[in-house]
Design a protein around this ligand. Structure first.
Ligand SMILES: [Zn+2]
Length: 247
């Protein structure tokens, strides 16, 4: 075949499209590690599970969820949105008083991959300041909204002393499907050592109905406890990940 410069150009642009698509996928994929390590759970096979809840505080479902968690004696990790904490600081205080861990989920829940470095820094710092006002010192955990991240997001988070946390199991509960569906979708993926993403709030509005997530939580805990699983917050899960498999 005769050398054809146009074809070479075609091949190259095809390859860069594939790379760009893969990079876009990686920037949203919860367990993608191209952009630096983010915590997504401990090695498979452990009997530990971490429940995590995003987008609160939310009235009244965060408080209902706290009741269910208290009933089972389980502690979870809550990634709170700064502007909601400013609206309802007393709910954030209830979360802490009940012994749960609170992390940073930005001030206004933007997709950070489209934000400038200055805006990313501002979103993280503002949420931290609001949390500090409401509950004082809290964990250094950070979860990017929509799981969206790129190298700058992770670098800025680390510069601010924050530890990014993703997930490896989701209940797909953001559009409030029935509890059975949330439970089934999460349970199907649980292998032990998992970080489960659920929502006690909704980044679009305060007051979103999360009753189905509350019911699904009750069932997930009951079911997996009977199978010998233990529920932990993210910091002890991270300790176990650092200590290696077998713990
Ligand atoms: Zn969120």
């Amino acid at each position: 075949m005769k050398y054809n410069p146009c074809m070479l150009g075609y091949v190259i642009s095809g390859a860069s499209v594939a790379t760009a698509v893969a990079a876009g996928y990686q920037s949203m994929a919860p367990i993608g590690q191209w952009y630096g390590r983010t915590f997504t759970g401990v090695p498979r096979g452990s009997r530990h599970i971490a429940l995590t809840y995003d987008d609160g505080p939310n009235d009244p479902h965060t408080l209902r969820l706290l009741e269910v968690l208290a009933k089972h004696g389980v502690h979870a990790t809550f990634f709170l949105i700064g502007r909601y904490v400013r609206q309802r600081p007393e709910i954030a205080r209830e979360i802490v008083a009940a012994g749960h861990v609170v992390g940073n989920h930005t001030f206004s829940h933007p997709l950070l991959i489209f934000k400038s470095e200055r805006e990313i820094k501002q979103e993280l710092s503002e949420c931290r300041a609001v949390l500090k006002d409401a509950i004082g010192e809290h964990s250094n955990l950070f979860r990017p909204p929509f799981g969206g991240r790129r190298p700058a997001v992770l670098r800025i988070a680390r510069e601010l002393g924050m530890e990014p946390v993703m997930w490896n199991v989701t209940g797909y509960d953001w559009n409030a499907p029935p509890a059975e569906e949330i439970e089934r979708k999460a349970a199907k993926r649980i292998r032990g050592g998992d970080v489960i993403l659920l929502h006690d709030g909704d980044h679009r509005q305060m007051g979103a109905d999360r009753s189905q997530t509350v019911i699904a939580t009750d069932r997930l805990i009951g079911h997996h406890r009977s199978e010998g699983y233990e529920f932990l917050t993210i910091p002890p899960m991270m300790e176990r990940a650092r200590a290696g498999p077998g713990l």
